[in-house]
Design a protein around this ligand. Structure first.
Ligand SMILES: NC(=O)c1ccc[n+]([C@@H]2O[C@H](COP(=O)([O-])OP(=O)(O)OC[C@H]3O[C@@H](n4cnc5c(N)ncnc54)[C@H](OP(=O)(O)O)[C@@H]3O)[C@@H](O)[C@H]2O)c1
Length: 289
C-alpha cells in the first residue's frame, strides 16, 4: 500500500510570505519605493469582505502598502471605471485587484479590461492571458501559480508527466493548463462534457480538481502514486448537522492510492494570497525598473 504524503500548502505559503517580506525590505532599501496593492470591493458580499480583510492584513504584514476601496453595492459601472483609471495613474499603486463577483449591473469583463495590464496582479486581463498562452512574460493568475509551486516542490521537474486538469474556467483551469504546458507536461483539460471522466483521470500522474463539486473525484479515479491537487472549496453539511469545507476529491478514499495530495482546507487556498503578494512585488519591480 502506498503511503500518501500530505502537501502542506499552509506551511509552504507561510515560508513564501516570509521570503516576499524580506524581498520587499530589500526592494524598499534599494529604490525607496514600497510595493502598493489596491483592492476594490463593490457591495457587501460576506465571503468577499473576509477575503479582502485577509488580503489587506497579509499585504501589510509583507511590508507593502495596502489601499482598500470599499464602494456601496449601488455604485455605477462608470464610477468603478473612473476609480480604476485613477489607480492606473497612481504611481504608489503597483497592483490592482477587483474582488469578484461584482454586482449584476456591472460588466466584470469591462472592468477587468480597464486595469493596466502591468498592474493586473490577478492576471485576468486578456493581455496577460494572451501573453501566458504565447509563452511571454506575464502576470499569472494566483491560484494556478500556487498549484504549480506546490507541484514543483513535491515532484521537482514536471517534464513529461501526464497532467489532467478537471475544470476549464478562465480563473483556474485554463491558466493552470497553460502553466503545466510551460513545465513540459502533457496536458489534458477535462470538463462537464468529457466522456469517461474516471478513465481520463486514471491516466494522470498529476490530477487537478478545479470543479466546485464536493468529493466528485473518487479514490478509484486516481492512478496509484499520482500527485493530486485539490482546488475545490465546497461547504457541506455533515451528518452531525455541522458545516465543513471539502474539496473536489474524496480525500479519505485517496489515502493509500495517491502519492501525495493537498488537503482542503490548508492546501491550495493559502497559496492564493501568497501568490497575490508575489505578483504585486513582481509588478512593482517591473514598474519601478
Ligand atoms: N483560492 C482557492 O483555493 C480557489 C480559487 C479559485 C477557485 N477555487 C475553487 O475551485 C473550484 C472551481 O472554481 P472555478 O472558479 O474554476 O469554477 P467554475 O468557473 O464554476 O468552473 C468549474 C469547471 O468545472 C467543470 N465541471 C462542472 N461540473 C463538472 C462535472 N460534473 N464533470 C467535469 N467537470 C465539471 C465546468 O465545466 P464546463 O466548463 O463544461 O461547465 C467548469 O469548467 C470552486 O470550488 C472554487 O471555490 C478555489
Amino acid at each position: 500500500m502506498i503511503e500518501t504524503r500530505l502537501i502542506d500548502g499552509k506551511a509552504f505559503a507561510e515560508t513564501l510570505r516570509a521570503r516576499i517580506a524580506s524581498d520587499v525590505t530589500a526592494f524598499h532599501a534599494a529604490t525607496g519605493v514600497k510595493p502598493g496593492l489596491a483592492v476594490v470591493l463593490v457591495g457587501e458580499d460576506p465571503a468577499s469582505s473576509v477575503y479582502v480583510r485577509n488580503k489587506g492584513r497579509q499585504t501589510l504584514e509583507a511590508g507593502m502598502a495596502s489601499f482598500e476601496h470599499k464602494l456601496p453595492a449601488e455604485t455605477s459601472q462608470d464610477e468603478v471605471l473612473a476609480l480604476i483609471a485613477t489607480l492606473n495613474a497612481d504611481s504608489s499603486v503597483h497592483g490592482i485587484l477587483v474582488q469578484l463577483p461584482l454586482p449584476g449591473h456591472i460588466d466584470a469583463q469591462a472592468v477587468l479590461a480597464t486595469i493596466d495590464p502591468a498592474k493586473d496582479v490577478d492576471g485576468f486581463h486578456v493581455v496577460n492571458a494572451g501573453r501566458l498562452a504565447v509563452g511571454l512574460e506575464a502576470l499569472v493568475p494566483c491560484t494556478p501559480l500556487g498549484c504549480v509551486m506546490l507541484l514543483k516542490d513535491t515532484l521537482g521537474s514536471l517534464a513529461g508527466l501526464e497532467a489532467v486538469v478537471v475544470g476549464r474556467s478562465n480563473i483556474v483551469g485554463k491558466p493552470l493548463a497553460q502553466l503545466l504546458l510551460r513545465e513540459d507536461c502533457t496536458v489534458t483539460i477535462a470538463h462537464s462534457r468529457t466522456r469517461d471522466l474516471p478513465g481520463v483521470c486514471r491516466r494522470a500522474d498529476i490530477l487537478i480538481g478545479a470543479v466546485g463539486r464536493p468529493e466528485m473525484i473518487r479514490g478509484d479515479w486516481i492512478k496509484p502514486g499520482a500527485t493530486v491537487i485539490d482546488v475545490g472549496i465546497n461547504r457541506i453539511t455533515g451528518a452531525d448537522g455541522k458545516n465543513r469545507l471539502v474539496g473536489d476529491v474524496a480525500f479519505e478514499e485517496a489515502q493509500g492510492i495517491a502519492g501525495a495530495i493537498t488537503p482542503v482546507p490548508g492546501g491550495v487556498g493559502p497559496m492564493t494570497i501568497a501568490c497575490l503578494l508575489a505578483n504585486t512585488l513582481t509588478a512593482a519591480r517591473r514598474l519601478v525598473g
